[in-house]
Design a protein around this ligand. Structure first.
Ligand code: SAM
Ligand code: SF4
Length: 339
C-alpha cells in the first residue's frame, strides 16, 4: 500500500473549473438504526465481499489526498459500526498531523460515540456531525425504529468532554419534529453545538411516502423568524449549507435546501461509496467503479480513472419531489452514497 501523499500529480479540476478538495467516504452501508426516511425496516445490506477493505479505502483516500483533497469526511451507513474503523481514522489522522490533510471528520448517528470518543479525539478529530431529529424518546423510536436516544445523548456528551465540537444534523419532518425544532435549536445552542436543518431528499425506496414527510425549510425559517432574529453569515463550506446566527441564542444554524435552492455552482466534492463507486454528484447516477480499477488494473490505473471521472462531474443535480411518483429521483439510498 502506498502511504505517499506527495503532491506529484495535478489537482482534480472538473470541466466547470471546480477543484475537488473534499471527499466524502461511505465506509459501510450498514447501520444500527432504520430512520424511516433513509432505509426500509428490512434493509438488504451488501455482501461483505463487495465492500472495499479498509486497506483499499485507505489507498483510494490517499490517492485523493495526493491529488489535492484537503478534507475527508467518513460517513455511511453508520461509520462507527464498521469493524476496524478506529484504525483507519488513526491513519488518516496521521495525514492531518503531517499537514497533508486539513481535516478528517465524521457524520455519525451517535449511538456508538461514547465508546469511540476518546480514540477519535486522539486521532485528531476536532469536529463531528451527529444526526439527531428529536429529543423525544417516543418520536426517536418512531423515526429510527430503535430505542437509542439515551445512547446518542451520552455519545454527544462524551465527544464534547473530549474537546470535540459537535454540529447536530436534523432532518425537518412534516408533522413529526416540525413543532419541536425551535426547542431543539435552543437546546443545541445552549450546549454550545451548532445545528443544521436538512430538507428531505428523494433518495432510495423507503417504506414511507416522502411527500408526506417533506417540509420546506423556507417555511421553517419563516416560522423561526417570528420569534428570533436570524443574521445571515457569509461563511460557505463549498457545500449546500447556508448559515445564519440566531441573535437570541448566539448559536449558528445552517439550512440545507437541495430541493428549493440550487447549491451546485461551488461544489467542491465527490463521494466514494463503500463498494468503491465514485459519484461525482449526490443527485446524479454517473459514477466510476474505482473498485474494479483497483482490483482488476492495479493502483497505477487509478490516476487516469480519476481524471476521466472528474472531467464528467455534472454541472448540477436535478432533484424533484412529486406525490404519486413513488420512484425516488435517485434510486440509491443516502446510506449507500454517504450523506
Ligand atoms: N448514519 C450516519 C448519520 O445518520 O449521521 C451517517 C449517514 S446518514 C445517511 C447522513 C445524513 O443523511 C443524516 O444526517 C441523515 O439524517 C441524512 N439523510 C438520510 N436520508 C436522507 C434523505 N432521504 N433526505 C435527507 N437527509 C437524509
Ligand atoms: Fe442509519 Fe444514518 Fe440512515 Fe439513520 S440516516 S438509517 S442513522 S444511515
Amino acid at each position: 500500500m502506498t502511504n505517499s501523499t506527495e503532491r506529484t500529480d495535478t489537482p482534480l479540476i472538473d470541466a466547470f473549473g471546480r477543484q475537488i478538495t473534499y471527499v466524502r467516504v461511505s465506509v459501510t452501508d450498514r447501520c444500527d438504526l432504520r430512520c424511516n426516511y433513509c432505509m426500509p425496516e428490512k434493509m438488504r445490506f451488501l455482501p461483505r465481499k463487495d465492500l472495499l477493505t479498509l486497506e483499499e479505502l485507505e489507498q483510494l483516500i490517499m490517492t485523493f489526498i495526493g491529488r489535492g483533497a484537503r478534507r475527508v469526511r467518513l460517513t455511511g451507513g453508520e461509520p462507527l459500526v464498521r469493524k476496524g474503523i478506529d484504525t483507519l481514522i488513526a491513519r488518516l489522522g496521521e495525514q492531518v498531523a503531517s499537514g497533508a490533510l486539513e481535516e478528517i471528520t465524521l457524520t455519525t448517528n451517535g449511538t456508538q460515540l461514547a465508546r469511540h470518543a476518546r480514540s477519535l479525539a486522539q486521532a485528531g478529530i476536532k469536529r463531528l456531525n451527529v444526526s439527531l431529529d428529536t429529543l423525544d424518546p417516543h418520536k426517536f423510536h418512531e423515526i429510527t425504529r430503535r430505542d437509542a436516544l439515551l445512547d446518542v445523548l451520552r455519545g454527544i456528551d462524551a465527544a464534547q468532554a473530549e474537546g470535540i465540537r459537535i454540529k447536530l444534523n436534523t432532518v425537518a419532518l412534516k408533522d413529526v419534529n416540525e413543532d419541536e425544532l425551535p426547542d431543539m435549536i435552543a437546546w443545541a445552542h445552549g450546549r454550545g453545538h451548532d445545528m443544521t436543518l436538512i430538507e428531505i431528499m428523494p433518495m432510495g425506496a423507503v417504506d414511507a411516502d416522502r411527500y408526506d414527510q417533506y417540509l420546506p425549510l423556507s417555511q421553517v425559517r419563516n416560522n423561526l423568524e417570528k420569534h428570533w432574529t436570524l443574521q445571515p453569515l457569509s461563511m460557505r463550506t463549498g457545500g449546500p449549507a447556508r448559515y445564519v446566527e440566531v441573535e437570541e441564542t448566539g448559536g449558528r444554524l445552517g439550512f440545507i435546501t437541495p430541493l428549493t435552492q440550487n447549491f451546485c455552482d461551488g461544489c467542491n466534492r465527490v463521494r466514494l461509496t463503500c463498494t468503491g463507486q465514485l459519484y461525482m454528484c449526490l443527485g446524479q447516477e454517473d459514477r466510476c467503479d474505482l473498485r474494479a480499477v483497483l482490483r482488476e488494473q492495479g493502483p497505477e490505473a487509478i490516476a487516469s480513472a480519476l481524471d476521466k471521472a472528474i472531467a464528467q462531474k455534472p454541472k448540477g443535480h436535478d432533484f424533484t419531489i412529486r406525490r404519486q411518483s413513488q420512484k425516488p429521483a435517485v434510486p440509491r439510498t443516502m446510506s449507500a452514497t454517504g450523506g
